[in-house]
Ligand binder design. Structure first.
Ligand code: SAM
Length: 263
């Protein structure tokens, strides 16, 4: 089997930008620090830049790849003892069926066109995850990790900060990939947090979406279809505040108020 898939043209619809720089591959692998016996799961192995190194260190990984040609090539490159390949759309996968009863270590250089939906889908199974290491557009990573009150704090920040402790590790330049993306990338580490009990996930998501749906409006206006001014005040939140200043704890208080209002 060739070390690269000859004649494979990168498919834009699958967000294919292949890592081809040993320095950056090494830094990502050192950050993941894969060990034998761990439940390692890669999203989008592509031409195996990370896959080879992870299997070299840990002996085995499971990978989810949507591209049929790449999946066939990967099956020829590794033995079944080394790679469990799931040819599927990571967005449609039943994540709970992988390594049942084990905590997953998920990683990947994600297809940038669907990175937010993948992050949201994984947040729903965060209780099954030990940690996640992803390469994403730098701008997305900045939105994930920024604190309330900063310019980039938005729906993605409030949704993911409820479920994970997140840390941006380092930037990766466009030249590390073939073809080169137009933007700089960053690697982020995500470690699931114990969520506050008694707050419904759907109500939390609904309040956050409504609050940021009308970004420049005060909560009084943005949440007018969900909560009265009195209910917002009773939750301990200033109805004159704007969504981008609210912490996860404050959104949780609003979600609890919405639960009471609908009870
Ligand atoms: N890991 C490789 C690397 O670092 O060079 C490839 C990264 S490339 C940015 C994204 C990979 O995800 C491609 O292999 C692509 O085919 C795959 N992919 C795209 N959409 C996917 C999906 N919905 N489910 C699973 N894999 C997907």
């Amino acid at each position: 089997m060739p070390l690269k898939l000859e004649g494979h043209h990168a498919r834009k619809r699958f967000g294919q930008n292949f890592l081809n720089d040993r320095h950056w591959i090494g830094r990502i692998i050192d950050s993941i620090d894969p060990r034998p016996g761990e439940a390692l799961v890669e999203i989008g192995p592509g031409q195996a830049a990370l896959t080879k190194e992870v299997i070299g260190r840990a002996g085995h990984e499971t990978a989810v790849e949507i591209d049929r040609d790449l999946a066939a090539w990967l099956r020829g490159l590794f033995t079944e003892a080394e790679l469990t390949l799931i040819e599927a759309d990571a967005l449609a996968l039943d994540w709970r069926s992988i390594f049942p009863g084990r905590k997953l270590r998920i990683f990947g250089n994600l297809p940038y066109n669907i990175s937010s939906p993948i992050l949201f889908a994984l947040a729903a199974v965060a209780d099954r995850v030990e940690d996640q290491h992803f390469m994403l557009q730098r701008e997305v990573v900045e939105r994930m990790v920024c604190p309330p009150g900063s310019r980039t704090y938005g729906r993605l920040s409030a949704m993911l900060q409820r479920s994970y402790r997140m840390e941006k590790l380092f930037d990766v330049p466009p030249g590390a990939f073939t073809p080169s993306p137009k933007v700089t990338s960053s690697v982020v580490r995500m470690v699931p947090l114990a969520r506050k009990p008694g707050v419904d996930d759907e109500l939390y998501a609904e309040v956050v979406a409504a609050a940021f749906g009308m970004r420049r409006k005060t909560l009084r206006n943005a949440l007018s279809k969900l909560l009265s001014v009195e209910q917002i005040e009773l939750a301990g939140i200033d109805p004159g505040a704007r969504a981008e200043t609210l912490s996860v704890g404050q959104f949780e208080a609003l979600a609890a108020a919405l639960g009471r209002a609908r009870a």
